[in-house]
Design a binder for this molecule. Structure first.
Ligand SMILES: Nc1ncnc2c1ncn2[C@@H]1O[C@H](COP(=O)(O)OP(=O)(O)OP(=O)(O)O)[C@@H](O)[C@H]1O
Ligand SMILES: O=P(O)(O)OC[C@H]1O[C@H](OP(=O)(O)OP(=O)(O)O)[C@H](O)[C@@H]1O
Ligand SMILES: [Mg+2]
Length: 285
């Protein structure tokens, strides 16, 4: 049986979370330092450690079958490539920014001006869409410095917390796109390897659903149960078990991480006691 060849970023922002997700889906890799390729011990997978920016070409050429990559890089260099899963980490924006004293309020205001960026294809796509023209300066890093040294009137770069913009006296004026890490696929993937990828995708979905949810256990007097159960979503319906103490029950359920604090407050206010909240490792639906 052939191995699925999956690319991850060698070092940088995506590396750690990519390796963590592989670990969480039960794929163990012996990763010697400076090794560019490593086979999993317990799954038909080989991991290739590559530059994020090089991965679209490797996917296109079928040198790797799948990859964990920033969606923004796919948009920039792999518009012809598809992804099968959003992975929920490395969330960021690709935005237009200008010096804070600039009068420009959107990309449209940079018509005929100079824009520095590491994402020329992305900028060109939006310029074309808005029917604008700008002079692009392609820089591979530290793009935020360009307006300060007189190289550009604005920039297009990744924004996350906004602190790099702030430190460089810039303000965000337009978000071109939002990005996160995705699982991308080569158009050349074989049927056999596609079957392995499907298994990986299924496992990833279980891990991501688990990460989004909490397992909640609580005790309640029986007369309060009805009100408490109304507050709980649950996978199907909450499990209710009698406690050793007469007139009391234990309720078990799964709550989305986002709604969790609001629901917990309501549960307490409606008579729930001894509330335990546990992380969920995997959730198979
Ligand atoms: N500040 C940030 N916050 C969140 N995600 C980010 C941030 N900066 C970059 N990313 C995401 O992580 C990806 C990798 O960024 P990183 O800076 O590690 O690598 P790179 O220099 O763009 O790529 P390469 O691996 O080709 O050197 C980006 O393409 C983007 O999707
Ligand atoms: O909004 P913030 O939270 O400040 O993040 C945005 C910064 O993060 C990235 O740079 P990175 O730190 O990856 O350095 P790099 O330019 O060397 O890739 C990106 O290129 C921005 O400069
Ligand atoms: Mg970076």
């Amino acid at each position: 049986m052939s191995n699925l060849r999956i690319a991850v970023q060698k070092s940088g922002r995506l590396n750690e979370d990519s390796m963590n997700i592989l670990k969480d889906i039960g794929i163990s890799i012996d990763n010697g330092k400076d090794q560019l390729k490593a086979a999993a011990r317990n799954f038909p997978v080989e991991v290739f450690y590559l530059r994020n920016g090089d991965i679209p070409q490797y996917l296109r050429d079928g040198v790797v079958d799948a990859a964990i990559i920033g969606e923004n890089v796919l948009i920039e260099k792999g518009n012809d490539l598809k992804f099968v899963e959003r992975l929920g980490f490395s969330k960021c924006k690709v935005s237009i920014a200008v010096p804070k004293e600039s009068k420009a309020n959107s990309l449209k205001d940079l018509d005929g001006k100079r824009i520095a960026t590491s994402y020329p294809e992305t900028v060109k796509k939006y310029l074309k869409e808005y029917n604008l023209d700008a002079q692009l300066h392609i820089i591979n890093g530290s793009v935020e410095i360009a307006p300060n040294i007189g190289l550009a009137d604005g920039i297009c770069d990744i924004v996350s917390s906004g602190s790099t913009l702030f430190k460089n006296g810039l303000k965000e004026i337009e978000v071109l796109l939002k990005s996160e890490a995705v699982l991308a696929v080569s158009p050349q993937i074989s049927e056999e390897r596609k079957a392995i990828l499907n298994k990986i995708q299924f496992r990833i979905q279980s891990v991501l659903k688990g990460r989004e949810s909490k397992y909640v256990l609580l005790n309640a007097p029986n007369e309060k149960l009805e009100g408490i159960l109304k507050l709980l979503p649950g996978m199907r319906s909450p499990t209710v078990l009698p406690l050793a103490e007469k007139g009391w029950s234990s309720v078990h359920t799964v709550i989305s991480k986002n709604k969790f604090w609001d629901i917990i407050e309501d549960l307490k206010a409606n008579g729930a006691e001894g509330i335990l909240v546990c992380p969920i490792e995997k959730m198979v639906l």
